[in-house]
Design a protein around this ligand. Sequence first.
Ligand SMILES: Cc1cc2nc3c(=O)[nH]c(=O)nc-3n(C[C@H](O)[C@H](O)[C@H](O)COP(=O)(O)O)c2cc1C
Length: 367
Amino acid sequence: MSSNTFGKLFAVTTFGESHGPAIGCVIDGCPPGIPIAPEDFTHDLARRATGRTRHTSQRREADEVEILSGVHEGRTTGTPIALLVRNTDARSKDYDAIARQFRPGHADYTYWQKYGIRDPRGGGRSSARETTMRVAAAVIAKKWLAGRGVVVRGHLAQIGEVLPHGFDARTVDWQAVESNPFFWPVTGQVPELEAYMDALRKSGDSVGARVRVVAEGVPPGWGEPVYGKLDAELASALMSINATKGVEIGAGFAAVAQKGTEHRDEITPDGFLGNHAGGILGGISTGQAIECGVAFKPTSSLRLPGRTVDLDGNPVEVVTTGRHDPCVGIRAVPICEAMVALVLIDQALRHRAQCGDVGPVHPRIPG
Ligand SMILES: Cc1cc2nc3c(=O)[nH]c(=O)nc-3n(C[C@H](O)[C@H](O)[C@H](O)COP(=O)(O)O)c2cc1C
């Protein structure tokens, strides 16, 4: 009822707050036999982490994953996997000044209205610190998916008004994406982005961003009509990430202006002639790449003064100091990948449970 658990067969429950002693998760329903070691988490947690470049929050967490259960001699046992990450660099004093105020654009006011109490330190449970555990759980999901030829990767597709120049979304250079702090697909633009972010940080303001995630190798058949549609679960999962304001599958909102003849992705024996559907029809994967776009809003914690009210309802000026991301969308790339991977493993296991006996169906259109 309190919605801290995600997934049906690969069920991930996260716990913890931004400035508590630790955050963690329990994964129930993980297939047995997946090789997993603490160092497997390092790469993706570092991609999500703060303090690794000047363009993100300067909080420096160690982000070391402790495996407490569910893994024996380096392999998952099928029993609940508990993962723990200790918070090592919380500076709660930074939040003293706003403990009695509601930051506009943040979750302070709504948590207060819902629970009648809140942990203001670092945003408490509403902090994106929680997403560390989504990324950690997805490391295991990605491993299982990779064993079935499924690869989930993301990149930034827009920061503020800046778009990738000369970029073809069908031929992403994933090495380029991983070679710069912005997950940007066009490396020639990195100096432009650095200058943009430096000026933004100096101004004290923040900016939104768009993330694109592509899952390749997904076979046809994953997804459960009608209430567990693959696109519906992807939208829900991506929308559950902090600061998400929009999710698109395939052509997304551009479909509004398209004609049916343009949008329908005609079928030939050699393949589909387009992918406006984003790899999903009727809530079920087509075998093409699954394509999602996610819109992130600008960070709401700003050192530029703004109007709000305090706990007594009096109008006050709010100024947020401390360490914040000027563009949360940058660090959101691995989080979006994680949510897509978690949806896919869950749907794959559900497909296997119900339709595992169906076997290959003719004709199979190449993805
Ligand atoms: C990776 C990531 C980092 C974030 N960092 C910050 C931050 O430093 N400061 C902040 O005010 N909000 C940050 N946010 C956004 C808040 O967590 C979010 O706006 C807040 O919880 C309110 O929820 P909502 O925007 O989804 O409505 C971040 C979000 C993400 C995804």
